[in-house]
Write a protein that binds this ligand. Structure first.
Ligand code: ADP
Length: 352
């Protein structure tokens, strides 16, 4: 880790600890205010009850008297006075000592509880903020790459004293390629942003119709690679938002085409099991390494083969968008893959 990263990490930890301590102190203040308030009320009522145990002078003569408010004023001339006064002040001191001890205990136990409560409250907020800042920095990094390419190419072209038509066309073409990439990226980012926290309106939708709709959208790239899409989805009705679900299936089909060799086949099938409907997209492509499998649904993650292969555009956003959509349906998306044999993506949804 670079020194700057380490310093940033330490600063970040310091900020997190400072907020935890601040929140823990607020919790502790609430606990202590309540504990002290209850102690004062308890002390007052107990002292009052203690004072009432002293018998009235009519029974034992004028050996003692009370102050009427629970306190005792001994006149010092009787045995009862001394006895009850002593009992009273012993009881009061004992009560006071217990209450003080109780509050000291409340302070220590309260400190520990407050700290854990503060950690538990702040952890999800910190995680969300971290994810947000990671997302922003990944997104700006991805945006910078095509922008730098456009800038460098244009600067080089401008520095040339003469630029013939062929060279100018080449520069324009590569600028256009980068602009298309930027469009794809901003589209993906927008889709992710729009999906955040937005509940979908689900209704009964046929998996077969969804499959047809998604396949229609990928016919062009499939034909360009001579890939045949074999669709055998039966009529299965699931609870879904048809536009979003078709978008998720299209992402899987796009990938199946992108990561398969020309003239291979992509299979789209479906089945029912228990209370669920399943839709599968299976390809005969290059497959995904075991080490990459746990990460392919992460934003901006691209396996080495995808990053290094030319012409396979993408920013590692497709599968995270598809997963978000399926999660919004209360469903699941899973993958099984064997390198050089192919991958199978399965979407699981509730039957309607
Ligand atoms: P993108 O395709 O834009 O790179 P995705 O989020 O759709 O991004 O996919 C993430 C990564 O998962 C891809 O870069 C690729 O490495 C891998 N992947 C996804 N689908 C397939 C597939 N059908 N076959 C092989 N690899 C795949």
């Amino acid at each position: 880790m670079a020194l700057k990263d380490e310093v940033d990490q330490l600063k970040h930890e310091y900020r997190n600890n400072a907020s935890t301590i601040r929140l823990a102190l607020s919790y502790l203040t609430i606990i202590m205010v309540l504990s002290i308030a209850f102690s004062v009320v308890f002390y007052k009522t107990s002292i009052h009850a203690l004072g009432r145990q002293i018998p009235p002078p009519s029974i034992y003569g004028e050996g003692f008297r009370t102050d009427g408010g629970g306190g005792v004023i001994g006149n010092g001339d009787g045995g009862f006075t001394t006895f009850f006064t002593q009992r009273y002040s012993e009881g009061r001191n004992d009560l006071l000592a217990r209450l003080v001890l109780l509050n000291v205990l409340a302070f220590f136990i309260g400190s520990v509880i407050s700290f854990y409560l503060a950690r538990a409250s702040l952890e999800p907020i910190e995680e969300a903020m971290e994810a947000q800042s990671r997302f922003s920095s990944d997104a700006s990094h991805e945006l910078r790459t095509p922008l730098t390419a456009i800038r460098t190419r244009n600067e080089v072209a401008l520095r040339k004293p003469k630029l013939d038509a062929t060279e100018a066309k080449q520069v324009i073409q590569s600028n256009l390629d980068e602009v298309i990439k930027l469009e794809m990226l901003s589209e993906g980012l927008l889709r992710l942003a729009r999906q955040d926290g937005k509940p979908l309106e689900l209704s009964a939708v046929g998996l077969d119709e969804i499959a047809t709709e998604a396949i229609n959208k990928v016919i062009e790239p499939a034909q360009a690679k001579n890939i045949v899409i074999d669709e055998t989805v039966p009529k299965i009705s699931v609870l879904a938002d048809s536009a979003s679900l078709a978008q998720a299936v299209k992402i899987l089909l796009d990938n199946a085409i992108k990561y398969s060799s020309p003239k291979s086949k992509v299979f789209v099938s479906g089945y029912k099991k228990g209370k669920h409907g399943f839709l599968q997209v299976k390809d005969q492509g290059q497959g995904i390494k075991v080490a990459d499998l746990p990460h392919i649904f992460d934003r901006f993650y691209r396996a080495d083969h995808a990053r290094t292969k030319k012409g396979e555009n993408g920013y590692g956003l497709g599968l995270s968008i598809a997963q978000k959509i399926i999660e919004q349906h209360g469903g699941e998306i899973t993958v099984k893959s064997i390198v050089d044999k192919g991958s199978t993506f399965t979407i699981k949804l509730t039957l309607s």
